[in-house]
Write a protein of this length. Structure first.
Length: 380
């Protein structure tokens, strides 16, 4: 048994198995669906640690493969409606992305001023609450310039805030999708877009390879500000562009949905296994303050995004659900929204908003870090 507890693939399989069993249990009108895998894996991570085992870290290559598989399948499914949606909504996606990320940054600044002794943890909480790995990388790089190198504090803030950031995005997506389904008639199979070809491994991995290539590009705006859409953004842009412009990248929807569902479950299991222990450790060191900070940052960003998108920009519900997840760079939220809405428009909103949110978040993280250092210099 001890050997099995050290096998990441075994743990992933158990988390997915138990998660799917739990996900099919109804709670009133709601079912957790694939999101239950995340809850199970968080509990599994805690249990393994509690009985004395070393924390299990799933290799990064497995995490990346599951994330790319999910994102590419989502992008290809949504790509055929992309051009029409961009013509209809255009500038509204970058406006929404900026509204969400700047709101989160403003909340972070205010909370960091209030909890000044936790200023680095709060900055980590910003990129954690909005589930941004590129944002975390940016802040950790900036931390190397400080004599005390507060990387550990930033990482703790990220790990603790990541959990409420993920859970709030998932719960919001499920609630929003439930409201949407109550207002909309069920769609028949004839209304859904089906690819005419089967599944071609070569074409699928062309999309993957192009996505990784796009994600590898870095734009150096300054010595500290480096912009990159990363692997996730690159995979999404590749799938949307190739799927929208070339017929050979039209796949059978049923096959893509199967890949999407499997990859999402693996991704959620890994998130829980890798971050559950860190989150618990962070809570033990800083109490519930960081958890509350992460929740406040996430809620402020989400509620402003919902209000701006629905009432100011007038974006339709299914597209807005994906756009909010894109503005928060929340892949788990996207998975929950796709399940809840059962509409390809969710992924379009995510894909059109995500790149702008990523750029805005990286810039905001730089600003927050330098403001924090300036406040320390002036003893503000």
């Amino acid at each position: 048994m001890n050997a099995l507890m050290e096998q990441p693939l075994f743990l992933i399989s158990i988390c997915i198995l138990l998660g799917n069993l739990l996900g099919n249990v109804g709670f009133g009108y709601y079912k957790l669906g694939s999101s239950a895998t995340l809850f199970v894996s968080l509990a599994m991570s805690y249990a393994i640690t509690a009985i004395g085992h070393e924390p299990v870290a799933v290799p990064q290559i497995v995490f990346s493969a599951s994330l790319i598989g999910f994102i590419v399948s989502v992008g290809l499914n949504a790509s055929k409606q992309l051009k029409a949606m961009l013509r209809q909504y255009g500038f509204k996606f970058p406006v929404l992305a900026i509204a969400i990320t700047v709101t989160g940054a403003m909340a972070t600044f205010l909370l960091g001023s209030w909890y000044y002794q936790l200023k680095y943890e709060v900055i980590g909480g910003y990129v954690g609450a909005l589930t941004s790995s590129p944002g975390l990388a940016t802040v950790l790089e900036l931390a190397k310039r400080v004599a005390e190198n507060p990387s550990g504090k930033i990482g703790a803030g990220y790990a603790v805030a990541y959990i409420p950031g993920v859970l709030i995005a998932i719960l919001f997506s499920q609630w929003y999708g439930r409201q949407f389904q109550q207002r909309m008639p069920a769609k028949g199979e004839s209304e859904r877009i089906q690819g005419t070809q089967g599944f071609k491994v070569l074409d699928y991995f062309i999309v993957v390879a192009v996505g990784i290539l796009i994600g590898s590009f870095k734009w150096h705006l300054s010595e500290t500000i480096v912009l990159s859409v990363g692997t996730t953004g690159g995979a999404l842009l590749s799938a949307l562009f190739l799927g929208a412009n070339f017929e050979r990248f039209t796949f059978n929807e049923t096959i893509l949905n199967a890949i999407q569902e499997m990859a999402l479950n693996v991704f959620l299991a890994i998130v829980g296994i890798n971050y559950g222990y860190q989150a618990i450790e962070g809570l033990a060191e800083s109490g519930i303050a960081l958890l509350g900070i992460g929740m406040l940052i996430c809620l402020a960003s989400l509620l402003v995004g919902y209000g701006v998108g629905k009432y100011l920009l007038k974006i339709s519900d299914d597209i807005l659900a994906g756009a909010i997840c894109g503005g928060m760079t929340s892949t788990p939220g996207l998975g929950a929204a796709i399940e809840a809405f059962r509409s390809p428009n969710v992924a379009i909103g995510y894909g059109a908003t995500y790149p702008f949110a990523l750029i805005s978040m990286i810039i905001n993280a730089n600003i927050l870090f330098y403001l924090s250092e300036a406040m320390a210099s002036f003893k503000f």
